[in-house]
Design a protein around this ligand. Structure first.
Ligand code: PEP
Ligand code: MG
Length: 764
């Protein structure tokens, strides 16, 4: 029995000595596939260590006395055993062999004390009936003989993790007969990395799918970034489709200690295509060779360092013919994708599926479930709050479900097209609100946390001071505290719809029943919570923008007109001027609050397209006792190309500020319904036409001394925010989860502009 084998000496049959990972890497190396060089400390070494040091018996004694169903005991025993392994001296013969092999590897790589990855390679790992996958450890960036020994020992100890022990007991495996090998492999310091499927992962068609992002592969594998995707025809090598996404984060290796750090992607790379044509072609060639070698479609991981491609992993695409509830399953990494949509609210969530067809069924959703529905409505909010995650059939990233879940900090995937028809009731799923994926099974904790992961990026330790104000959007009064905790400079958009409709009653019902006072009261209560939380910072209250389709389900909403395209229909200020009693009630509520000292509230009108609408609305405000532009800030949303193209006329009519509603501005400029998932791939705020409209408005407003802001989703996108700051926007209003990142972007752009100006002055 060999104690150490270099990859060149191993084949896929060597699982017993090299473990699943090790045998695979050997197989690929022998087939001439460029894998980073390395060796395997075989299972015989582990066995020798256990035997020679005599600790096997000690460990068995602990295990014999253990009741694995007692979790506390299980955890303690696991800890105790691991401690024994980690603290037991490795016999000299073994340790010098490990160190010699490491030195030989360093010599081959041409670097002294090279960084290596040290990974457990379980001997039963890739056998489906005894899958230990994920139960063993991987240590990256290990360097030098001392650490080699330390981490090899940790890998050995990982065989006795609590879950691994439990699993073996449950399946009647003999603990003393399970061995572990350790793979030691050069760390690739990837400039770019990702995954590749050698066939279409769901249909098995002869198309290669490559996903790639900047830096180390963790970014793609963990789902931290949305990678670029490239589809290639396997026969012709033709690139069939590419999708270049915005890549904000990358993982990098620090040169001092090799530690992996998460850093922002440099601006010029964020939206740049990761792989060039030549690299795509090379990867496709490799993919074909690997598949040919294994005679089976493969799911691989790749990395590129100094222009050289390395294949890091390869395993069979196992689920091609399995079929799930959808009749079609997609294998990504180790997990099965049931369906995909658009990532609408970041974070991962797992739980039991509850399909909501009518609002009578809302009670089905218990704390920690996954709410699945065609599209959420305001009366679903209480159930949404109980849910761990939300999945919808319809919608784009600015639909009701998306906005509410972002604000509540609940992961959400919208626009799947089929979730309500293919997800079985009560089945266990996990959703990824970044990538828009729904996985089979529970892949993360299901316990509902007070604060979800989305809250984390907002922990502002030292928020940079920016001249351009960074505000936050609020749609529900109970989310105000969380929004304020970001340190935002005010509320750039207080939406009325969600907040008011949580009451379940259509505002016009109050009016019809002669109960204006009650409507005013509801409004005051809700607006007060936000105005008070942010006082003395400015809160721009946006008057009701009620699309007919979203208001139908409310009490009193039965006779909302049916419209073919509600997005182009009776909503925004045009509707309010037809139902002036509601607008008047809103203004009266604000007047009351002003009288109570909340003069930090300003007014913003949605969806204006002609200055006459502004003029009319001001008249109604005066009826309520407000004095637009005198004692209250008064502004408009720029959401229609009409408003953008004639902004001078609005300025002439009189406004204090404008705020870009890019969700609507984009849909009206590009003729793309923002809620229609069929055209969602064409929906982009960075379309030059949208940016041109924004630019002209900022220029005109700056000339006239009118403040400019943005509160659409684009205000949460660093790449667009950067352009807006350069153009001289006065403030930016982001979603709660994006405030910290946006503030950093703003700070950096401002510094850049100052530096540029200073350099220019010095030259003159
Ligand atoms: C917008 O259109 O960009 C906006 C902020 O308003 P809403 O999303 O509420 O239509
Ligand atoms: Mg809008």
């Amino acid at each position: 029995m060999e104690y150490v084998e270099f990859f060149e000496e191993l084949k896929k049959e060597d699982v017993d000595i090299a473990g699943g990972k090790g045998a695979n890497l050997g197989e690929l190396t022998q087939a001439g596939i460029p894998v980073p060089p390395g060796f395997v400390i075989t299972s015989a070494t582990y066995q020798k260590f256990m035997d020679e040091t005599g600790i096997t018996q000690k460990i068995m004694d602990i295990l014999d006395a253990l009741d694995v169903n007692n979790n506390k005991e299980l955890q303690e025993s696991a800890r105790e055993i691991k401690k024994i392994i980690i603290e037991t001296e490795i016999p000299d013969e073994i340790s010098s062999l490990i160190i010699e092999s490491y030195n030989a590897l360093c010599h081959r790589i041409g670097k002294e004390n090279a960084f290596v990855a040290v990974r457990s390679s379980a001997t039963a790992e890739d056998l489906p009936e005894a899958s230990f996958a994920g139960q063993q450890d991987t240590y990256l960036n290990v360097k030098g003989p001392e650490d080699m020994i330390k981490y090899v020992r940790k890998c050995w100890a990982s065989l006795f993790g609590a879950r691994a022990i439990f699993y073996r007991e449950e399946n009647n495996f003999d603990h003393s007969k399970v061995y572990i090998a350790v793979v030691v492999q050069e760390m690739v310091d990837a400039e770019k990395a990702g995954v590749m499927f050698t066939v279409h992962p769901s249909t098995g068609e002869e198309k290669i799918l490559i996903e790639g992002a900047w830096g180390l592969g963790e970014a793609v594998v963990s789902g931290t970034v949305t990678p670029d995707t490239y589809w290639v025809d396997k026969a012709t090598g033709e690139i069939l489709r590419k999708q270049i996404s915005e890549k904000n984060i990358m993982f990098q290796k620090k040169s001092e200690n090799g530690q992996t750090v998460k850093v922002p992607v440099p601006e010029d790379l964020k939206n740049k295509q990761v792989l060039n044509e030549d690299e795509i072609a090379q990867l496709v060639e490799l993919g074909k060779r690997i598949q040919e070698h294994y005679q089976f479609p493969q799911d691989t991981e790749w990395a590129i360092e100094n222009g050289k491609i390395f294949m890091l992993q390869s395993r069979p695409v196992t689920t091609l013919d399995m079929g799930t509830a959808s009749g079609e399953a997609l294998h990504e990494g180790d997990r099965t994708v049931i369906t995909k949509g658009l990532g609408a609210s970041p974070g991962m969530a797992a739980g039991s599926v509850k399909i909501i067809k009518t609002t009578d069924e809302l009670d089905k959703v218990q704390e920690g479930d996954i709410l699945v529905t065609v599209m959420t409505t305001p009366d679903m909010v209480p159930a949404m709050k109980r849910a761990n995650g939300i999945i919808t059939d319809e919608g784009g990233v600015t639909c009701h479900a998306a906005i509410v879940s972002r604000e509540l900090g609940i992961p959400c995937v919208v626009g799947t097209g089929d979730a309500t028809s293919i997800l079985p009731e009560n089945s266990k799923v996990t959703l990824d609100g970044n990538k828009g994926i729904v996985w089979e099974g529970l892949l993360v904790e299901t316990a509902k946390k007070e604060e979800t992961t989305t809250a984390q990026p907002n922990v502002v330790l030292q928020a940079p001071l920016t001249v351009t104000e960074v505000k936050v959007n609020v749609s529900m009064s109970e989310a105000a505290k969380k929004a304020a905790a970001t340190g935002a400079d005010g509320v750039g958009l207080l939406r009325t719809e969600h907040m008011m409709l949580t009451t379940g009653v259509h505002p016009k019902k109050y009016i019809q029943e002669g109960n204006e006072a009650e409507l005013v009261k509801v409004l005051v209560e809700n607006i007060l919570k936000v105005a008070d939380t942010f006082y003395p910072k400015t809160v721009w209250y946006r008057t009701l923008d009620a699309p007919t389709d979203e208001f139908q389900s409310l009490d009193g909403g039965e006779d909302e007109p049916y419209e073919h395209n509600p997005m182009l229909g009776w909503r925004g200020i045009r509707r309010e001027l037809d139902e002036p009693e509601i607008l008047l009630a809103e203004f009266k509520a604000i007047k009351k609050l002003h009288e109570q000292g909340y003069t930090n509230i300003g007014i913003m009108l949605p969806l204006v397209q002609h200055p006459d609408e502004l003029k009319e609305a001001k008249k109604i405000a005066r009826q309520a006792g407000l004095k637009p532009q005198k004692n209250i800030e008064f502004g408009i949303m720029v959401e229609t190309p009409a408003a953008a193209l004639t902004i001078e006329d609005f300025i002439a009519e009189g406004i204090d500020f404008v705020s870009f509603g890019t969700n609507d501005l984009t849909q009206y400029t590009l003729a793309i319904d923002r809620n229609n998932e069929n055209v969602a791939d064409l929906y982009t705020e960075s379309h030059p036409a949208v940016l041109k409209l924004i630019e002209r408005v900022i220029i005109e407003c700056n000339k006239a001394g009118v403040k400019t802001s943005i509160c659409g989703q684009a205000g949460s996108m660093p790449a667009i925010v950067e352009k807006l700051v350069e153009l001289g926007i006065t403030s930016v209003s982001a979603n709660t989860d994006a405030v910290a990142t946006v503030r950093e972007t703003v700070a950096r752009v401002e510094q850049k502009l100052l530096l540029k100006a200073a350099r220019k002055m010095m030259q003159e």
